[in-house]
Write a protein that binds this ligand. Structure first.
Ligand code: TYD
Length: 202
């Protein structure tokens, strides 16, 4: 699946992206709830997954970081697994897939470690199903880190350091795709959700 295969499946793939603490997971869950309320068949998924590769990645978050290359290959394996097992079958059934993080995260987070972000994006687009919509929830890094500290007893992990997230945010904002929409993450939760749902239904 990807740009070479012109095939579009009956379901819709709607992705939420943003730095840690942006509120994207809250917005993904709310969008999923609103779709269900309207009678749209929808599933909520997230990456990294709870599968084999996702588990390896999560285990690495609090220890010493893997090399950027190893991270890239694990996130890619996890995504291929998620596509084959979960995403493509749901789209084939005509369901709306709400996905919390996808390949823009790989381009931005692994790009921020020195890999070529645009190149990662292009490589990912060769195998990954191109989403119908991507909502990038953008927020200043200071606000995001404040939220993380407030909601958690322990401090930020190695994926959540200020300089690193600043670069991740810059990369997210540098991506240009016609299906990518940027929303401001400091907008009150319900107001933001209403705007996103409006964009989903046009
Ligand atoms: P996140 O969705 O924030 O997980 P949690 O539910 O535990 O908050 O994702 C975990 C981290 O993985 C996050 O810091 C972003 C990072 N990440 C990448 O570096 N590359 C990727 O391709 C993906 C999907 C996530």
């Amino acid at each position: 699946m990807g740009m070479e295969t012109v095939v579009r499946l009956p379901g819709r793939l709607i992705v939420f992206e943003g730095i840690d603490g942006s509120g994207k997971s809250t917005q993904a869950a709310l969008a999923h709830k609103r779709l269900i309320e309207r009678g749209t068949k929808s599933i909520l998924l997230f990456e990294p997954t709870r599968g084999e590769y996702g588990a390896q990645l999560r285990a690495s978050f609090f220890g010493p970081r893997l090399s950027p290359e190893d991270e890239l290959s694990l996130f890619t394996l996890d995504r291929k697994d998620d596509l084959a097992r979960n995403i493509i079958p749901a789209l084939e059934r005509g369901e709306t897939v709400i996905l919390d993080r996808y390949y823009f995260s790989t381009a931005a987070y692994q790009g921020a470690r020195g890999l070529d972000a645009e190149n990662i994006l292009r490589e990912q687009e060769r195998f990954a199903y191109i989403p119908d919509l991507v909502f990038l929830i953008d927020i200043p890094v200071g606000t995001a880190l404040e939220r993380i500290r407030r909601n958690r007893s322990e401090g930020a992990n190695s994926f959540e350091q200020e300089a690193y997230l600043t670069r991740v945010r810059e990369l997210f904002l540098s991506f240009q795709r016609d299906y990518l929409h940027i929303f401001h993450g400091e907008t009150p939760v319900e107001e933001l959700s209403a705007a996103i749902v409006k964009a989903i239904f046009f």
